[in-house]
Design a protein. Structure first.
Length: 120
C-alpha cells in the first residue's frame, strides 16, 4: 500500500484529526512568517495514553516546484493521565516565494492526516 492511499483529509471544523495551518501575518518574500499548525482546533483531540497525536510535520512547496521542503517537525511525548502535550507546532520561516504549506499529523489510532494552505 502506498502512503498516498492511507493519507486522510477532511474539513477541520468537523474532524478533530486534521492539522490546521495558520499563517500569523502577511506573507512577504524573504521576511519571517510565523506559522502555527494545530490538531483539534475546532473539536479538541482527546490526547490520552490510549489516543494521541504523536507528531506533526510542516512542509513547503515553492510555486513552480513539485518537491516539498520539510520546514519543521514536532513530536509529542506526554499523553496523560496527569501530563498532556498539546498537539501544536509553532515556527517562524523565511520563504523565498509564494507556494503551498502542507501539514501532516499522525494519530496513533486513526492514522495519517493532511491539509494544505497557499501562502503568498
Amino acid at each position: 500500500m502506498k502512503i498516498s492511499e492511507i493519507m486522510k483529509s477532511a474539513d477541520w471544523k468537523a474532524e478533530k484529526h486534521v492539522p490546521v495551518i495558520t499563517a500569523l501575518g502577511p506573507f512577504t518574500s524573504g521576511e519571517a512568517l510565523e506559522v502555527e499548525v494545530a490538531v483539534g482546533k475546532e473539536i479538541p483531540h482527546p490526547n490520552t495514553t490510549e489516543h494521541y497525536i504523536a507528531w506533526i510535520a510542516l512542509y513547503y512547496t515553492p510555486e513552480g516546484s513539485q518537491l516539498p521542503v520539510e520546514l519543521a517537525r514536532a513530536e509529542f511525548a506526554a499523553h496523560g493521565p496527569d501530563i498532556l502535550t498539546a498537539p501544536i507546532l509553532k515556527t517562524a520561516v523565511r520563504l523565498p516565494k509564494p507556494g503551498t504549506l502542507q501539514a501532516v499529523a499522525y494519530c496513533n489510532l486513526h492514522g495519517v492526516w493532511e491539509s494544505e494552505q497557499r501562502v503568498g
